[in-house]
Design a protein. Structure first.
Length: 159
């Protein structure tokens, strides 16, 4: 499995060390989820004002949120699915994370910024892979996977 991450930092907060940490986390998540073949996604770090614009434009909700995912494999009614050739990489889509929200929520939940950032990234990745949390069963499966990935990466919840 090869995971390619097209990473963009609009905040100036993601230094080389944190960028390498993010890559290790996503690779760990991909290994845990047993993703096969070449896979790509984009990951953008932004602030509250920009993610609020995106949230308003695409979801009709005029407030900042912590993470938004745009899954390319998710097919809406009337759309034609994009099926890559066998030799082409699987392109999952885009994850957008508010660094401001990550800081706010880490403080609010009483855990590290890295734990919150990791949670948001893995949450976004799982959405790209088709996981959701609209029903209790979906929520249990998705949040169970998140916790498994984060804990095995060393990002356990604070007690």
């Amino acid at each position: 499995m090869t995971m390619t991450i097209d990473m963009h930092d609009e905040t100036g907060e993601i230094d080389n060390q944190l960028e390498q940490w993010v890559i290790r986390l996503i690779d760990h998540a991909a290994d845990t989820l047993e993703l096969k073949g070449e896979t790509e996604c984009s990951l953008t770090f932004t602030g509250n004002s920009r993610i609020q614009e995106i949230n308003r434009e695409y979801r009709g909700i005029d407030r900042p949120t912590d993470v938004i995912s745009f899954a390319l494999e998710e097919v809406q009614e009337g759309e034609v699915p994009i099926i890559p050739d066998e030799e082409e990489p699987r392109v999952l889509g885009d994850i957008i994370v508010s660094i401001d929200k990550a800081h706010e929520q880490a403080e609010s939940y009483g855990h590290s910024f890295e734990r919150e950032l990791g949670f948001l990234i893995v949450h976004g990745l799982l959405h790209l892979l088709g996981y959701d949390h609209t029903t209790d069963e979906e929520k249990e499966e998705m949040f169970g996977l998140q916790e498994q990935i984060l804990s095995s990466f060393g990002l356990k919840r604070s007690s």
